[in-house]
Design a protein around this ligand. Sequence first.
Ligand SMILES: Nc1ncnc2c1ncn2[C@@H]1O[C@H](COP(=O)(O)OP(=O)(O)OP(=O)(O)O)[C@@H](O)[C@H]1O
Length: 623
Amino acid sequence: MKHEFSAQVGELLNLMIHSLYSNKEIFLRELISNASDAIDKLNYLSLSDEKYKSICENWRPRIDIKCDKEAKTLTISDNGIGMDEADLIANLGTIANSGTKGFLAKLSGDAKKDSALIGQFGVGFYSAFMVASKIEVKSRKAGEEKAFLWSSDAKSYDISECQKDGFGTDVILHLNDDEFAESFRIQNIIKKYSNHIAYPIFADIDEWVAGDPNASDEKLKNGHYESKNTQINKASAIWQMSRSQLKESDYNEFYAGLSHDSSAPLATIHTKAEGTLEFATLFFIPSTEPFDLFRADYQSGVKLYVKRVFITDDAKELLPSYLRFVKGVMDVEDLPLNVSREILQENRILANVKEQSIKKIFAELEKMMKNDRAKYEKFWQLFGKVLKEGLYGFNSHKEQILKLCLFKSSQKEGLISLSEYKEAMAAGQKDIYFISGSSEGLLRTSPLLESYKKRDINVLICDGEIDNIVMPMAGEFEGCAIANIANQKAELSEDEKKEQENATKDAGAIISSFKESLKDEVKDVKISSRLTDSAVCLVFDENDPDYATQMLMRQMGHEPKDVKPILELNWNHEIFNKLKDNAILAPSMAKVLFGMAKIAEGASIENPSEFNKALEKILSKAL
Ligand SMILES: Nc1ncnc2c1ncn2[C@@H]1O[C@H](COP(=O)(O)OP(=O)(O)OP(=O)(O)O)[C@@H](O)[C@H]1O
């Protein structure tokens, strides 16, 4: 029966066929990876489900590749789980692959750029249309009698019943040119991309048989090529091998197969633990941002194996969500094969492996920070925002995460860590100070920074969206409180206190007038000792959210209740010197200065016409 592809598949196929793409060979990696996944699925069922135990008696999982030069075909066969008619429609008629969805989302319309993306994403089964004009998929689902043939010329597809011995899938590619019907070429591609697929991959390889001078047959005498069915790949679970057996290229090839990301990872973390808790983990930190990093339905990057049997690639609880950029494999010895969701969440062994994995990843990142700062800063640009999510709420790894955080700061160029901040702290400084908001420019010119500049104290500039949420929760780092300068009470010397008391007395009438004029808008009006250049600034009570946090709360649908700022006045400023003799202007000046302070914070003026009237009054007086 004839079927139409979903619109997305049509779009993708069009691109596959018409874009000139130089790295076409990755189609084989994708098809072999699908074959391996299909065997993984059956392997798991054969060990955990009675029904499949008998079906899989004497089953030897394998993948076979056949090149036929004459017919110009390449066939990839597996004896995995197979597909029935409904599976074929669902899996090969629409887009199942999450990576492919991400790929489509990133398409720019520029053929050159878009075809480079194919290499980055992989894009699964459909990539075979880069090399084939027609594809046939013969499949029989394990445990079923009927087999089906799916066939397509990339425009639409047909499904019909067919004959097939044994369960599994044959993918038959009718090639555009001879290149991929060459067994030698295919052998090289398999070695390059699929050496560490855990199941054996067999292909007919032409082997040279040396001549035998005593043979009577001319061919045997001179030597000749003989086709031999040979296992091409290592078929070893790479994570179970020892590090000394592996080269960087082995790891990188395995990573490319696992993640569909062709660029080398930033870091590879391979651990084999023996003793009371036996497990092997192999983690990678990518050098590109996964497309779904900030989507709630992101794909877990870690596959769980039990005793080398694949269990799931859909367990987000294997690592904390703030490490969701990590890709890799976790293989645990002492777990039952039929691990349920509950076991995943509550099992002590798994919790232990998780804990050790987190420590290993942190240790690797710390090492990178110390030994290769440029690389670490690249990591930070890519994944710093995600890692910082770990500062939210209660988290026993907060201190460790804080150690790995980098910040902009008011005094230093580039990024600094909290340890570097602490080392350079001014004499007598006890706390670590930060200011947060949405614009770096506004933060750097904030009046709140003035007194810190005067005292030569560095302040962390936190302009990331997430900073407004997590920085107030950061708590402390190695004994130093991490304090928001917008909530900070100024620390005053005895002389400064005296000066402030005097100024407060002197300013009594103006302060009352300001309070009256702004009675609905501010919590208090005070004399400030933190300002040098600006006339006024806004601060918040210690427990009140600042402007940036209020804005964020609104975005998340929570209206902050009864939060009003405190207006602080720089009594030494020229404006106040003049205002003393012009007290009649004080109510208007209060409105104007309060509005200006809000603008400096990146907040908006709620009543612009009132602000403008007050400004007009002052301007006309000034002329
Ligand atoms: N050889 C096969 N045997 C059984 N099912 C297969 C086979 N090849 C493909 N499929 C099915 O078709 C689906 C789509 O394959 P595709 O390569 O497009 O994406 P994917 O493999 O799901 O994605 P990813 O590569 O990100 O895991 C697979 O999820 C699988 O269910």
